[in-house]
Design a binder for this molecule. Sequence first.
Ligand SMILES: [Zn+2]
Length: 239
Amino acid sequence: MKEYTICPLTVGANETDQGVMTYLRGYGKRIWIPIYAFLIKGAEEVILVDTGLEQFVVPEHVGREYGLKIQEFEEALEDHGLRPEDIDLIIHTHLHNDHCENDPKCPQAKIVVQKAEYDFFLNPHPIDHRYYPDLLDGLHVELVEGDVSLRDGIDLILTPGHTPGGQSVAVRTSGGRAVITGFCCNALNFPPNAPVVAPGVHTDAIAAFESALKIREMADILIPLHDISIGKLGRIPGV
Ligand SMILES: [Zn+2]
């Protein structure tokens, strides 16, 4: 049985409000959220989940304070002996700009995204300004619809609500099924012994809640897309 490891690459960070992560909770608390790309190791192909930000300004103390190595995309790949041209496959959780800005640097990559997400990205509603519709021009986009078994041990799960076509990525590991959430959130969206908290940003709050509930139930290892603790892990599962 094929098993993979997931290496989180911290390719940017943004300062925001906790309420942007958690609907009706935590408003007024300023936080830094790391922006990740996830390198999936163990496949014949070089696979990334999301590609992060291309340009960002993060004061140096932030990385130090949170124990994060915040790097440019190329630098982060280089640590793994890779260049952007080596990426074969990019799976997108969703197409907010902080998850796909480095795609144009990966001309060989096939970019897998849900059709509902891609349609919204090309023709975004003005309520959401974080879609850049020409960002993927000329790249090799492959659309999927609904839950899809993409590779042996890598499954895509449609988890809409934060955006119209977000997808979570379930990866078989030696520690069980690791799930990268298909929507922006941190650990506070998944309080222990309590219902989940919907993402603070959403196009459908109830769908967003249901999506969070669904993946919490199916995950042995839950990977919230913007949680600080994730970036401190060199690999998932750890050794
Ligand atoms: Zn998002």
